[in-house]
Design a protein around this ligand. Sequence first.
Ligand code: NAD
Ligand code: IPM
Ligand code: MN
Length: 355
Amino acid sequence: TRKHKIAVIPGDGIGKETTPEGLRVLDAAARRFGFDLELKHYDWSCETYAATGKMMPDDGLDQLRESDSVFLGAVGWPGVPDHVSLWGLLIPIRRGFDQYVNLRPCKLLPGSKSPLAGRGPEDIDFYVVRENTEGEYSSVGGRMFPGTDREFVSQQSIMTRIGCDRIMKYAFELAMTRKRKKVTSATKSNGITFTMPYWDERFAAMAKNYPEVSTNEYHIDILCAHFVQHPDWFDVVVGSNLFGDILSDLGPAVAGSIGIAASANINPEKTAPSMFEPVHGSAPDIAGKWIANPIGQIWSGAMMLEHLGEKAAADCIVQTIERLLGEGGPRTRDMGGQAGTVDVGKAIAEAVARG
Ligand code: NAD
Ligand code: IPM
Ligand code: MN
């Protein structure tokens, strides 16, 4: 039988609650579709940091490299500064494994209520393709003259030609697989004078290679407004690291809840493992109550299976989520229900097992 090695990092907060539900559904899919998942668990988290002063061991990436994929919950917990925890675990994996695509679907699921009156599932179905290794997140800069009245901080936003071209190529290739074949670029070339005009230039150059794909671009501010007022306009939206981050919380929120949002950190050339995790964080405000929505995690598991070549199993999970929600199945509070994390996970796993 086919076998896939998965490194599991539940991380912090609700990551510890949603990850087991993701695994429950993956296990059901593996049995039904006849493949094996070999899981290896890593307890790397803010607790590890408290105990050892590090979020993961020095050879952490080498340990993960032996897996086919990484399945992650969430990282970050009060008491450890976010830039320490995230730059100690999540971001080194994205960069170290050159996971330059952060693919984040935005889909209005049946039976879930969009805050936009009168919208149905057919109206919101697009992808945010987020650059995941450079741009505004480049760690170049620092604090100068600390403690003096000359103190200043600076952080460079670095966009490389390779970095722009490869994320745009991915967006156009994705659009070619879709019915509408449309790519929207998130820019801000009216205000940000070096990086964004360059981004526009690379976008225009890439578009020339794809005559069948229609394109447009919006400045990020009005693009946010259009996400709310005209979510039906979008098919594939490509953005820099920060713009993509913002749009990929906004999109799912417009579609009903950040709790359903899935993401894939992909190394398309497969020179290192890819990583699959929900878009949301560790949600300290609800952690420990077992009310977190596990759908973002479960859907991320489906994206992982697709990446591993288990397309039938991946489609089955997504269709099962849609069907159960459409039939009025259990849902957590963020979707207007009363069910707990485990109830939703079990309902989806049982339905996947039954077929
Ligand atoms: P968050 O996504 O953790 O929570 C934002 C809000 O959404 C909260 O009210 C939370 O209760 C709600 N929410 C999130 N996921 C939910 C779910 N599955 N079901 C129901 N409600 C859900 O964002 P935050 O509060 O800005 O960040 C908390 C911590 O998580 C911080 O340390 C932050 O840095 C970290 N974080 C990590 C990741 C990641 O690991 N990829 C992503 C975002 C934030
Ligand atoms: C995300 C998160 C992270 C990001 C944070 C926690 C560093 O918001 O995965 O969207 O900005 O990439
Ligand atoms: Mn984010």
